[in-house]
Every structure is written in C-alpha cells, then in structure tokens.
Design a protein around this ligand. Sequence first.
Ligand SMILES: [Fe+2]
Length: 324
Amino acid sequence: MAANAATGNVNEHGYKVLTLGNYSFSRDEYFVHIQWPGGSHLMPADRFLRALMRDVAWNFFYGIVNFDEVFGTVNHYGTVDVFAGLFNAGYRSRNKHYVENFDGELARTTLGQILEDWTIEGFDPFAAPEETGIAFGPKRGNNQRAVTRKRVVARRMAGLADDTPLRSDSSGFPINRQFQDVAQDEPEVHAEPGFENEVHAMSLFAYLSRSDVTWNPSVSSVCGRSLCCPTTEEYILPIKHGNDRVEWFMQLSDEIVWEVEDKISGAMRAKVRMRAGDVAAMPADIRHQGYSPKRSMLLVWENATPGLPEMYDSGKLKPYPIEF
Ligand SMILES: [Fe+2]
C-alpha cells in the first residue's frame, strides 16, 4: 500500500501541486493534469472539481466513482484504489491501466487538500451550474464554506429530536428557485402516550425542495441496513457511478435520463428515461450517469449490508434483483 502523500509547490497559476503515492496532480487556468508512472490525463477543472467534491464528501461512496472515462476511485471500505484507465477498454487492451491502493483516510485527506486549494472564490462544486460561478482562471481566493459541507447522514430519521434537523429559511435553507410550488405543510403526528419518541413523520418533498446541493444522495432515514438517500438533481451527474450492489431509484418529480454502461468496459447498455413515479433497479454490474433538464427529486435506496460486493463478485448474487 502506498503511503506517501505530500503538499508540493505552488505553480505559476497560483495552485498547489500535490502528490498521492506515484500520482501527481496540478491545475492551470482551465485544466487539471494528472500524471502517473507510464501515463497522464487531462480534465476540465470544473468537471474534475465537481467529481472530486462528491468523492471526498461521500468518503468514496459505494463501489466506483469514475471522474470520467479514465480516472477514478474504487472503495474497498478502509482502503481505496486510485486508478487510471482501469475501467476503460482501450487502456485495458493495451495494458496501460494503472492502479494504486491507499489507506482511505490518507487518500481522502490529500484529495480534500486538492479540493480546498483548487476551488476558487465564487465556485461551488456541489451547486447547479446556474447557481454558482466559474471554476476557471488563476488562483483567486477559496470557497471554504462550500467545499467543507457535510453530507447529511441521519441516524434514524431527519427531524427527530436527536437527529439531523429539518430545513428552514432560518437555518439557511430557502426553497430552491425551481421548487417554489412545493407545499411546505408538515404531517401531523398523534402518538399514543409513551410513543412520542418512536413515531415520526416529515414531508420529504418539503425537505428536498430546500436542498442547496445537487447529485448528493444523503441519508434521510435508516431502517436496519436500508438507507433512504433522496437527492435533488440538476444538469449532469458529475461522475459515472460504478455500482457494487443493486441500487433502487424512485423518480419523485420531473425527469432524468440515465446512460447505463457496462461497469468494466464502459460499453453502452441502456438509456433509461425516468419520469415522476417511475421506479428502476440499477444492476450491480453497471455504471450510470444521469441528465436532469430541470431540478428534480430522486430517491436512491441503498442496501448497506456488509459483504454485498463480494457476493456479487463471486456470482452468489445475480447483478439484478428480479427475473421476469
Ligand atoms: Fe449508482
């Protein structure tokens, strides 16, 4: 396991050059440059930062976070692979792919330093394009508030007394410009005496209408290993998510078009247009990227049962939940 991570010099554009193991990361006014033994890659700075924001905030999420067709991470829940070309048929066929395994905390710390230094004043990598500034230009200030946002992780359910709070104007979460028509009334709960702390309800639509970020499935309620991860989506999911388990999607409002590809090769498998009310099971052997023409609400249902990736890898579980 590679151990060395270092803060390097500041380049002529004012940005830090950082290393993680044998990887070197630098950026200029428009592009991010990634180098590793035997190869290099270039990405637009805005695309890279939007993907990096999620990878860091999600602690590498479930399975694979492809920043694009070349670069990304694989979560092994304790350690993480940082790869180039690993899930790209062209790189693989020429044996040009490169993978380095890191302690998860070390990788997250280093990638977090890149995110903090390279995100300039006015740019918010979690926000919809219409709701933020630009990522380009020489180093100019920072946006610490944006890049240190914590992903919401409820212990039981948002709004409970000892849990993540509901959102309101006064807590800094106004209704989003595209959800002005969403009703804000909350359900009434009449619990039997003694059960006041056991019975709870909330308006998920009202809660989501006040989300200030996009493409950030956050845990709003938990039942055993079952995680309810609703999220609001606008423009393009900044990563291609490679599943390591089945994920259920419920489109709660508006519309998202999904491009579904083979997880390993990237070969196109399906296009899925989901309209409000549609439900889909995204298989464990795919990667997917969503396109949301206007802000929409999506419920992502995650199964956090330990050992699932191994059960899919070994063939013990089929990559889809049902056969017709
Ligand atoms: Fe996914």
